[in-house]
Ligand binder design. Sequence first.
Ligand code: 5GP
Ligand code: ZN
Length: 113
Amino acid sequence: MSDCIFCKIAAGEIPATVVYQDDEILVFEDINPKAPVHLLLIPKQHMATLNDAGVRQAQLLGRLTLKAAELAEEKGVAQGGYRVQINCNPDGGQVVFHLHMHLMGGRKLECLT
Ligand code: 5GP
Ligand code: ZN
């Protein structure tokens, strides 16, 4: 999508600190980190929200989740603990409308639940 900031990052048109990528996933550091480790995991293919994912994206969503766990280990926050979060639409706190998963860790995170 031409006016999507995360599509532009995936295309290399906007710089980001990339920590992992393959043919379908890109992971980069959040520009405004809320925790010592704060990564964003995105599908390279544009999807606005989790509402747009269907069963055809099940494997991709699983891969994103497992990659988050793998990077938590790599970043040294797996044992202490971390959070994986997808915000959906305004009430869910979504600001960038390209599906993304937050991986946050490295400090005690406050809970909503
Ligand atoms: P949301 O609130 O949509 O779930 O999260 C969007 C996240 O994207 C925010 O944590 C914000 O800091 C991050 N973000 C917004 N614009 C950019 C950008 O241009 N580059 C990077 N690396 N992160 C961004
Ligand atoms: Zn996009």
